[in-house]
Write a protein that binds this ligand. Structure first.
Ligand SMILES: [Zn+2]
Length: 701
């Protein structure tokens, strides 16, 4: 069920991955793309979405102006590791140079962003980023701007200027902190003119710029400079990390058990305005930090690189948990106050720093929760953001480890941090984001998730923005279903778990794993099933028990686990049972199946009653004869039904039997489940929706 990513490696050097045989035949823009992807493939070189690359290329002017110099630079919103050709903005260099004549000074620098679209070359629709002038005005053909942990550790040290000189001599210069923008572009140009031999520059509290005449040389310079910093830290950072360990690390299964208790409670406490998805990280870099002596003072300083804290908030919340004491109850009891205090602290920061034209305060809840001896929990509006926020904080931990080991770590000044977080240009970007989908931030578990109805349901819920855990007994079908859905919606939003719904321990473990993967649960779709048919006198006790076990008991076991989580999470909950027409209408030769299906429907009504006071809704969808994609409608059951109804074409038989004369497909059932799982049906509980193309026998009454 795990889906962890490598992050936070220490010590080893970066390899030079440039393959000249590969690059030789490439055009200059293709070499830029190749270099960008190589750099972005290693999180030690730059964080996700952080940094950018550029090349100044001679191009033929589409307006017949002969050859013109064009800046190719990573556009707004991309990631160098995964960027494709269309991720680069292209701009006329002569127009970018002409912008200098329009510049009214640093207090007006934001207005320069509005001129960038006027410099577009060849109608390229990719928007130019705020960092464009930083690349344009460095008078070299190839420029890399990266956020390497080892360089930011220098840049976030109190004496970063001296350290830069000590490590790199005249090779690499140093510029004081300046928010990225037009002015910083001019600073870089001035630096290059005054230091023609320098190969790059460290930006205080930010990152690294490097440049060269060829793509290969630029890539190799970037790698060489970062390796030099890594080597220097290896030789000089010899003190125990973060003042040394003062708390024990719990065993892996105990860490997960604690996280599983904390995550739904935190999620409930911070989810009033926006449902959030969680991520749990207990990698070694995190464990070193959360067991250390300096955890609290370092965490309070906040992160340094501007990219980092845009995702992680200015500082994390350190959860009051003692790994040396037994139990988590005291921590759980203290969480509401701790979260209220964090929000008050954040509101205080907003009030201290806001300007007359600042946007309104955004969500004041913490993103990063550090748990001593256990690890790091992050919560965000979707899984990818929660995961990336965790990766960013690991970058921040690596930076603090380096800086605090050789100097004194300094975070970004509060006002500077605020000015980036509430930058009007950032706000405009947020305003342009599409409206969240109807199930954004919701977490669902679907049993029988690899079968026809289960997979169609997962697909429907994911299309509306939900994260889904597929549970199924058929492991082969399960991994195929997970791969298919991950291909469509991305790896972040789907997990799978092998689960037999009749096995109490497996059910409990599956729900617990859901908590460490996504942080909570909002929707249970109980759908796993089987079918059998036999006249009563030929129904064996084992056949009877099998139906009762999987259908009645299985639905009971998964509902009980869901209810336990819902009650801890205190954010309502939603259960949808996939029952059957046969739960209402008797059918010949299938007494065990029909009786068990009737039990499901009555269980749903009982649970609707029990859950109502806490906004836990329980509803039922009754399908009939959904043959397509079903694992039930194969083999014996299909033959038995065909024999019962004396037909070769069951689908046609059921279609003709229905009032509407239409076949029922898995997608039709999924649509009804989506309705009941969404807020569209917020005021319905204890209901049954028949999706059977009309069958008078199963009309509810
Ligand atoms: Zn940057």
């Amino acid at each position: 069920m795990l889906d962890t990513q490598a992050n936070g490696q220490h010590g080893s050097r970066l390899a030079n991955l440039w393959d000249e045989a590969k690059a030789a035949g490439m055009s200059e823009p293709e070499r830029l793309l190749y270099r960008s992807n190589l750099l972005g493939s290693d999180k030690r070189i730059t964080n996700y979405g952080g940094g950018n690359t550029s090349a100044k290329v001679m191009e033929s002017d589409p307006l017949g102006g002969g050859n013109v110099e064009v800046l190719w630079v990573k556009g707004s919103g991309g990631d160098v590791g995964t960027i494709k050709m269309d991720g680069f903005a292209t701009l006329y260099m002569d127009k970018l140079q002409a912008l200098k004549g329009l510049y009214r000074g640093v207090e007006h620098e934001d207005e320069m962003v509005g001129y960038l679209p006027h410099c577009t070359f060849n109608l390229n629709p990719r928007a130019a980023s705020i960092d464009t002038p930083l690349h344009a005005y460095v008078p070299r053909v190839h420029v890399d701007h990266m956020h390497p942990d080892a360089i930011i550790a220098i840049a976030a040290s109190e004496n970063s200027r001296d350290l830069t000189r000590q490590i790199f001599g005249d090779d690499i210069g140093w510029l004081p902190w300046k928010r990225p923008g037009y002015e910083l572009g001019l600073w870089l140009e001035k630096f290059c003119k005054e230091n023609p031999k320098a190969r790059g520059v460290v930006l205080e509290s930010h990152g690294l710029f490097t440049w060269a005449d060829t793509a290969k040389e630029c890539y190799e310079t970037t790698v060489e400079i970062i390796n030099k910093a890594i080597a220097w830290f290896e030789a000089n950072n010899t003190v125990p990390a973060f003042g040394g360990a003062v708390k024990p690390v719990l065993a892996a299964d105990e860490r997960r058990a604690v996280a599983q208790k904390l995550m739904p409670v935190i999620r409930g406490l911070i989810g009033a305005d926006e449902s959030k998805v969680g991520h749990f990280d207990d990698s070694q870099a995190v464990l070193d930090f959360v067991t250390s002596k300096d955890l609290a003072p370092l965490a309070a300083l906040g992160t340094s690189c501007p990219d980092h804290f845009l995702r992680t908030k200015i500082r994390p919340l350190v959860v009051d948990f003692d790994p040396a004491a037994a139990g988590v109850e005291k921590t759980l009891a203290g969480l509401p106050d701790a979260i209220v205090a964090y929000r008050a602290d954040y509101a205080g920061y907003y009030e201290r720093c806001k300007r007359s034209n600042s946007p309104a305060m955004r969500d004041p809840n913490a993103v990063v929760y550090l748990v001593p001896g256990v690890g790091m929990i992050t919560f965000a509006k979707d899984k990818a953001t929660a995961r990336i926020s965790a990766e960013f904080y690991v970058n921040a931990i690596n930076v603090m480890r380096g800086a605090a080991g050789v100097s004194t770590y300094v975070g970004l000044p509060e006002q500077e941090a605020f000015d980036i977080e509430y930058w009007l240009l950032e706000e405009a970007k947020l305003q342009r984001m599409p409206k969240p989908k109807s199930l954004a931030g919701r977490i669902a578990l679907v049993t029988g998730g690899a079968g026809g109805i289960g997979k169609a349901t997962a697909n429907r819920l994911m299309a509306e923005g939900a994260c889904v855990v597929l549970a199924d007994i058929d492991e082969e079908a399960l991994s195929a279903a997970q791969a298919e859905l991950a291909g469509r919606y991305g790896k972040d939003v789907v997990r799978s778990v092998a689960m037999n719904v009749t096995d109490e321990a497996q059910v409990q473990k599956s729900f617990a794993d859901t908590l460490t993967e996504f942080g909570g649960l909002d929707i249970l779709v109980s759908n796993a099933g089987l079918a059998s048919s036999a006249p009563i006198e030929e129904t064996t006790l084992s056949l009877w028990n099998k139906n009762i076990d999987i259908l009645a008991t299985g639905y009971f076991l998964v509902s009980r686990e869901a209810f336990r989580i819902f009650r801890r999470q205190k954010a309502g909950g939603n259960v949808v049972f996939v029952a059957s027409k046969n739960g209402l209408a008797a059918s010949p030769g299938a007494s065990a199946y029909c009786t068990a299906k009737a039990a499901e429907i009555h269980l749903a009504r009982c649970l609707a009653l029990e859950g109502a006071s806490e906004q836990i809704r329980v509803n039922v969808v009754n399908p009939d004869a959904v043959l397509r994609g079903s694992k039930i409608w194969t083999g014996e059951w299909k033959e038995q039904r065909a024999a019962t109804y004396k037909t070769d074409d069951l689908e046609a038989h059921y279609r003709e039997r229905s009032m509407l004369k239409r076949s029922v497909f898995p997608e039709d059932i999924a649509e009804a489940i989506y309705f009941l799982a969404s807020d569209m049906s917020a005021k319905s509980t204890g209901n049954i929706i028949n999706v059977d193309a009309g069958n008078a026998q199963s009309f509810t009454r």
